[in-house]
Design a protein around this ligand. Structure first.
Ligand code: SAM
Length: 238
């Protein structure tokens, strides 16, 4: 994994063992190749809606000598994957809303998944909310800072029963707030997330001061998340 950026390494670290991984929006193809090379995935599909990125992915797959285990698919989202045995999906590098649309367009594929790993470049709350509705548990989340940008990666796993990540008692956050800030990041008092919450609090406080409507609740959510991270001694049990 030495040549991968911190952002992509995080995606791979959160991916659990799987039989057939679909990397939607693969572009360079590094994720499916590394997933197979590292033994996380037995086989992988590198999917892109555009021909040019897929050609780059094809070169990555050939260079790694993995043409028998990583297949290329010119396709929109998850279309046509039902019944093909895909048990894990990675989507990284698009907005959370686009990811939500991709997942909602093919519920049959999503219903067959054991895990879904996402790293949106904004709007992660849409995917936390979607995954909760779709019967996944939020089993891990990480935040990294790279090239002056914060990236959140979430792993959602197919599990029965109530999701402990959303047992919010004592946290002082409602569910919508937890979708925004990440219940596991807050509980862990994550150091990178703390800096992100501080930045968001300042941005939102400036907006509210300038009279922007409807941002007070969001500001209160980030203030609460930051307060939890800064409390000394810790105000919540982990
Ligand atoms: C910014 S790149 C991200 C590449 C890689 N996943 C990463 O995180 O480094 C986004 C890629 O997603 C592809 N893409 C966008 N919408 C898509 C869709 N609906 N289905 C498949 N691929 C899509 C684009 O063509 C592009 O190659």
């Amino acid at each position: 994994m030495a040549t991968l950026s911190l952002r992509l390494r995080t995606v791979l670290e959160l991916l659990g063992p799987c039989r057939l991984l679909a990397d939607v929006g693969t572009d360079h193809g590094l994720v499916p190749v590394e997933a197979v090379e590292s033994g996380r995935a037995e086989r992988a599909l590198a999917i892109d809606v555009l021909a040019d990125p897929l050609a780059v992915a094809a070169r990555t797959v050939r260079a790694a000598g993995l043409t028998s285990r990583v297949s290329l698919l010119h396709s929109d989202g998850l279309s046509g994957l039902a019944g093909r045995g895909v048990d894990a999906v990675v989507i990284a590098g698009m907005s959370g809303k686009t990811m939500q649309r991709i997942c909602e367009t093919d519920p049959d594929v999503v219903a067959e998944l054991e895990q879904l790993v996402v790293q949106p470049n904004g709007g992660v709350q849409y995917m936390r909310a979607f995954a909760r509705r779709a019967g996944f548990h939020l089993t891990d989340e990480r935040m990294v800072y790279e090239r002056e940008q914060y990236f959140v990666t979430c792993r959602f796993s197919r599990r029965d029963g109530p999701d402990p990540a959303y047992d919010l008692e004592g946290l002082g956050l409602d569910e919508a707030g937890a979708f925004e800030v990440g219940p596991l990041l807050v509980r862990r008092r994550d150091a990178v997330a703390r800096d992100y919450y501080r930045l968001q609090r300042k941005r939102l406080a400036d907006l509210v001061k300038r009279g922007a409507p409807g941002r007070d609740q969001e500001l209160a959510t980030f203030e609460r998340a930051l307060a939890i991270c800064l409390a000394d001694p810790p105000a919540i049990a982990r």
